[in-house]
Design a protein around this ligand. Structure first.
Ligand code: GLU
Length: 500
């Protein structure tokens, strides 16, 4: 029988969640759902120097907002708890010991100064960045270079040490990637990474392999930036005797900046005026807040749909997919090898589509938190969003496009009104006529307006724009009689009254 599919998202809690991270979550989630599998959230917090308080909660909040909730997580628990690597610290030593015993790892006693000296002294023209590897390890202070008695003494004296992997010479390390096919690495170019640190914490490399094994992960999706670490992981799977359990890897293409080359960074977002994080992230040290898609006014469904298409295509023209449709349509074979350029205009197009397809009651509830006006009646907001939704790309646009329904405009575009005595007379008469209307709706308002136009012998075109500006403040918005209808009798008349 085939093993149950189990996938994991394994972020380090170091800051804001980049949209590339959310896409990794999404592909994990879709794959798990499509195969009736489990989706695990594991917090990789073994690097205490990079740990940022609040980042873990923030990651979970982002996944919740996106509707991509894990089946097992630090919050939810599960059969392989704990799901926070710092709480699993006691588990890793035994595996490091196993590697030591088999000669695949060694103790290294080098101090920071020793390492710096090595980098300086062993630097040559063709070796500009010497690493701790097969070429340098015998010149360093470790259990391969020192004699056994000295090693025993150092350990006995409690001299701090790390445990490093001993990467073999001249081996081709291969792995099969679901997206890239067979990928090979020359072991001679791989350095002897630290597996266990002086504080007893494992590094990412050891912890990721041990936990993927213990948590029975079958498929591992992660960003392409982790591909250079893959040979270390393959060696560990082999040396720990688990190679037949190694997950199938999928290294996902990078999300690229819209202009030029390279990975889309937070700085690109700041420079070009769009978010790269899922939700607002406030750095607890500096207090600086970096904007997120949520707060910018994206619907999570639109954000997720847009991310699905960044690096994958369904092979058809269809672009709009609900999460359930994505579960059915997604296939790893159609994930691209090359990076995907991020296009903010396209992201907004997705959001616009979702805004159009959301019914007005639901949309009003979503828009409400973004409105400046207070005491907004839900029914009135519902009608207002219905009138302006075709003009909105972001939930934040509704404040600009529909704010005037709730608050009289602070300033009017007077230049465009071309106000004169004739207009003043017309609007004075209109206010009286509107006052006497028993039924207030688009048709009755327009009929009354037409009657006043006829009575005043004025051109309708001359007073339509001033009427709009009186109600809205500027030359924008949906049909003016529909606007007056939603604004209501009392408010419409009081806005006219300010001009006469
Ligand atoms: N902890 C790694 C990260 O921060 C996980 C990489 C992986 O999925 O193996 O992205």
């Amino acid at each position: 029988m085939d093993k149950k599919v189990r996938v994991r998202f394994a972020p380090s809690p170091t800051g804001g969640l980049h949209l590339g991270g959310v896409r990794t979550v999404l592909y994990n989630y879709l794959f798990a759902r499509a195969h009736g599998g489990d989706f695990v959230l594991r917090i990789e917090d073994t690097d205490q120097t990079r740990f940022v308080p609040g980042a873990e909660q923030y990651i979970m909040d982002c996944l919740r907002w996106c509707g991509l909730e894990p089946d097992e997580s630090p919050e939810k628990g599960g059969p392989h708890a704990p799901y926070r690597q710092s709480e699993r610290k006691h588990l890793y030593y035994e595996y490091a010991q196993k590697l030591l015993d088999a000669g695949h790892a060694y103790y290294a006693f080098d101090t920071t100064e020793d390492l710096e000296r090595m980098r300086k002294e062993m630097k040559t023209d063709e070796h500009s960045m010497p690493q701790y590897d097969r070429t340098t390890r015998m010149k360093m202070r470790n259990s391969l270079s020192l004699d056994a008695a000295e090693v025993v003494k150092l350990l006995g004296d409690g001299v701090p040490y790390v445990i490093r992997i001993k990467v073999p010479e001249n081996e081709i390390i291969k792995l099969t990637d679901m997206i890239r096919g067979e990928v090979s690495f020359d072991s001679s170019l791989v350095d002897d990474k630290v597996l266990l640190k002086a504080d007893g914490m494992p590094t990412y490399h050891l912890a990721v392999v041990v936990d993927d094994y213990l948590m029975q992960i079958t498929h591992a999706f992660r960003g392409e930036e982790w591909l250079p670490s893959a040979p270390i992981h393959v060696l560990l799977w082999k040396y720990l005797g688990w190679i037949e359990h190694m997950p199938l890897w999928a290294h996902l293409p990078l999300i690229l900046k819209p202009d030029g080359n390279g990975k889309l960074s937070k700085r690109d977002g700041d420079r070009l005026g769009f978010p790269v994080f899922a939700m607002n992230w406030t750095d607890p040290k500096t207090g600086e807040t970096t904007g997120g898609f949520k707060e910018m006014g994206f619907l999570p469904q639109a954000f997720v749909n847009m991310l699905a298409m960044l690096g994958w295509n369904p092979g058809t023209e269809q672009e709009l997919f609900s999460l359930d449709e994505l579960v059915d349509a997604f296939s790893i074979e159609r994930v691209h090898k090359g990076g995907a350029k991020f296009d903010f205009e396209k992201a907004k197009w997705f959001n616009h589509q979702y805004i159009q397809h959301t019914d007005n009651t639901a949309l009003a509830a979503l828009v409400l938190p973004y409105m400046d006006a207070v005491n907004i009646a839900p029914e009135k907001l519902e009608r207002a969003v219905g009138l302006v939704k075709d003009r909105c790309h972001l939930l934040t646009d509704f404040n600009t496009q529909a704010g005037f329904f709730f608050t009289a405009p602070a300033t009017l575009d007077e230049a465009s009104m071309k106000w004169d005595d004739n207009k003043k007379q017309f609007f004075t008469a209109l206010a009286t006529a509107l006052q006497s209307l028993h039924e207030w709706n688009e048709a009755t308002i327009e009929a009354s307006f037409n009657e006043q136009v006829a009575a005043a012998g004025i051109k309708k075109g001359e007073v339509m724009l001033p009427f709009r500006i009186i109600l809205v403040g500027g030359k924008f918005g949906p049909g003016v009689f529909a606007i007056a209808d939603v604004i209501g009798k009392e408010d419409t008349i009081s806005r006219i009254a300010k001009m006469i």
